[in-house]
Design a protein around this ligand. Structure first.
Ligand code: SAM
Length: 250
C-alpha cells in the first residue's frame, strides 16, 4: 500500500524522466530533496551533448550521476566527500553503468583534476556547502574547458542579506541555512569573478512545491522531516525553494 502511494506521490508530469525511476530506490538513498527532480529541473535549462565528460560535484549517493549517464548519455565523474566511492560503485554497477560513471572521493575544496578536463559541472543540493567562498569559482572554472558549463540547484531563500528573518524561519534556523542564497545573490557571486557568464539564475518554478511533496512522500515510508515540512508550510512558497544557476565558463 505504502509502495503504491509512494509511486503515486513521486510521479509527476513535470519530471517525466525521473518518474521512470523506482521511487523506493530514490528514498532508500536520499540525502536531501529529490535528487532526480532537482537534476531534471536543471536539465530544463542546461543541455549536455552525448559523450561529454561531466563532473557531478557533491553527488552524494550518485543517483544524479546515474541519471545523467543514463538519460543524456554522458560520462560522469561521481565525486563526493561524505559518501564512500565503494558504496557508489555498488549502485553504479547495479545500474549497469561501469565505464560510464566513475565514483571518486573528492573534497571540492581541493579538486584533483587536470585543467580543462570537464565539459560540464553539475552540482545538486551540494554547492552551498563549499561554493560560497568568493575564491571558489576560480578553482572550479579551472577544471572546466573554456565554453563549458556549470549548473547547480540547491536550497534557496529569496531574502536580501541583512533582511529580518520571518519568525517561522528564525525558530527553525541553524547556521547551515546561512548558505541558502537566492538567484540574485548567486548571480552576483559568480559574475563578479569575471570567470563565467551567468545564463540563468532563478528559483526552480515548482521548487517549493516539489520540496514539500517530496517530504510528504518520505513520510509514507517514515523518512520525512517534520521541522523542514513545518518550515515550508509556514513559508507557503514566499521565500523558500530551490535556486537554479547556470553559467558558461569564459
Ligand atoms: C545534501 S547532500 C546532497 C547529495 C546529493 N547531491 C543529493 O542531491 O542527494 C550534500 C552533499 O554535499 C557533499 N559535500 C559537502 N561538502 C563537500 C566538499 N567539500 N566536497 C565534496 N562534496 C561535499 C556531501 O558529501 C554530501 O553528499
Amino acid at each position: 500500500m505504502a509502495q503504491t502511494e509512494l509511486q503515486r506521490a513521486l510521479t509527476v508530469d513535470r519530471f517525466p524522466r525521473s518518474s521512470a525511476y523506482d521511487p523506493q530506490w530514490v528514498v532508500d538513498n536520499l540525502m536531501g530533496p529529490h535528487p532526480l527532480w532537482q537534476v531534471e529541473a536543471l536539465m530544463q535549462v542546461m543541455s549536455l551533448k552525448p559523450g561529454i565528460r561531466v563532473l557531478d560535484l557533491g553527488c552524494g549517493t550518485a543517483l544524479s550521476s546515474i541519471f545523467l549517464a543514463r538519460e543524456y548519455d554522458v560520462e560522469v565523474f561521481a565525486a563526493d566527500l561524505w559518501v564512500k566511492p565503494t558504496e557508489n560503485w555498488e549502485r553504479i554497477k547495479a545500474a549497469g553503468l561501469e565505464g560510464r560513471v566513475h565514483p571518486i572521493h573528492v573534497d571540492a575544496r581541493d579538486l584533483p583534476f587536470a585543467a580543462d578536463f570537464f565539459d560540464a559541472v553539475v552540482s545538486i543540493g551540494s554547492y552551498h556547502y563549499f561554493g560560497t567562498d568568493a575564491r571558489y569559482m576560480a578553482d572550479l572554472a579551472e577544471v572546466v574547458k573554456p565554453g563549458g558549463s556549470i549548473g547547480i540547484v540547491g536550497p534557496g531563500l529569496q531574502l536580501d542579506p541583512g533582511a529580518t528573518l520571518p519568525s517561522y524561519l528564525a525558530e527553525h534556523w541553524v547556521p547551515d541555512f546561512a548558505t541558502w542564497f537566492g538567484p540574485t545573490w548567486w548571480r552576483h557571486h559568480w559574475e563578479r569573478t569575471g570567470l563565467v557568464t551567468v545564463q540563468v539564475a532563478d528559483m526552480v518554478p515548482t521548487g517549493w512545491e516539489d520540496w514539500l511533496r517530496w517530504l510528504e512522500a518520505c513520510n509514507l515510508v517514515g523518512r520525512g522531516s517534520a521541522p523542514d515540512e513545518a518550515m515550508l508550510r509556514a513559508d507557503g512558497g514566499k521565500l523558500l525553494g530551490q535556486t537554479r544557476v547556470l553559467a558558461r565558463v569564459r
